[in-house]
Design a binder for this molecule. Structure first.
Ligand SMILES: [Fe+2]
Ligand SMILES: [Fe+2]
Length: 309
């Protein structure tokens, strides 16, 4: 009897040639200051915000990937997806730990920004969006649509991971080694598993043209939510009282560009340009970063080394 595949257009298997390795890391936040890049409060708050964005998003990746797993027909891709889930779950736990043991320990009120992320991933992007149960046929389309969002986001996390590994300005400024290791360990694993989301999306029928609207939606959403959350953190810092930081005030965007010119944040225009390869018909995540560079960092990352020990 012929088995009917639940998704049309299955056409891609794993393109990852190495085994993806989950690492059980731990971070000690006892000595990390809130301004973890000395003299750079804007960049410190901006990057601290990722600790609030990521846990809800990465646990959502894991839930969707576990739903998609029974439809994967390529053994290597199935193993990649399982390792991806274990890595993303560890990323979510590490950033959630930073929220509770680091940000809240410094008196930061995380409730508003965490509530925004919960609303996004549980209400708007959950299996029953805004509480509406979808008909069976639409459930499949909704799953593939959301896998497309993950593939577009994973292109961004690969780019950001490469940026974190290459940024030397943070080291020159004397950035806190624990937070630096958190973002570089995470960035390196994003590079290590950079092909999985794209492979899975195309394997389950994700189309080429969908990449245009999915990358447009995710680019605006990711950087809008990031800037909005960072503004909320700055509002809790009396040094920014005069600027009244808000995603709707030009000051925030001008300051982002200024701080990026000094090398402490990725430039918004550069981030936009890094989206363009994703739209190419010849896009291949393997060309976007170096697995060797990522594994070299993971071999010397204090958190990854103690996990291996
Ligand atoms: Fe991640
Ligand atoms: Fe990832």
């Amino acid at each position: 009897m012929t088995r009917v595949l639940p998704f049309p257009g299955v056409r891609r298997a794993s393109s990852t040639t190495h085994d993806i390795l989950p690492r059980k890391v731990r971070f000690d936040w006892a000595n990390t200051p809130l301004e973890w890049i000395p003299g750079q409060p804007f960049a410190s708050h901006f990057i601290n915000e990722i600790n609030m964005i990521l846990p809800a998003g990465e646990f959502w990746f894991c839930r969707l990937y576990n739903q998609a797993l029974p439809f994967v027909t390529d053994d290597k891709l199935r193993a990649d997806v399982q390792a991806f889930v274990r890595q993303e779950a560890m990323h979510a736990r590490a950033h959630a730990g930073a929220c509770s043991e680091y940000l809240r320990a410094h008196g930061i009120d995380t409730r508003r920004n965490l509530a925004v992320m919960d609303w996004l991933f549980e209400r708007a992007l959950g299996d029953e969006p805004f509480g509406r149960k979808l008909p069976r046929l639409l459930q499949r389309r909704w799953l593939v649509f959301r896998l497309g969002i993950i593939a577009a986001v994973e292109h961004m996390t690969c780019v950001l991971g490469k940026y974190a590994l290459n940024n030397r300005e943070w080291d020159k400024a004397g950035a806190d080694p624990v937070l630096l290791d958190l973002i570089r360990w995470h960035g390196a694993e994003e590079i290590e598993h950079r092909s999985v989301a794209f492979d899975l999306y195309t394997h389950l029928g994700g189309s080429y043209l969908s990449r245009y609207y999915l990358s447009a939606i995710t680019f605006v959403a990711v950087f809008g939510i990031w800037a909005d959350g960072a503004a909320d953190l700055m509002c809790q810092d009396p040094r920014f009282a005069k600027q009244r930081p808000s995603v709707f005030r030009p000051w925030l965007w001008r300051e982002w560009v200024r701080v990026a010119r000094n090398g402490h944040l990725p430039d918004p225009l550069w981030l936009f340009l890094t989206e363009l390869p994703y739209l190419s018909p010849w896009y291949d995540p393997r060309n976007e970063a170096s697995t060797e560079q990522a594994l070299a960092y993971l071999a010397r990352s204090p958190a990854a080394r103690s996990a291996a020990a």
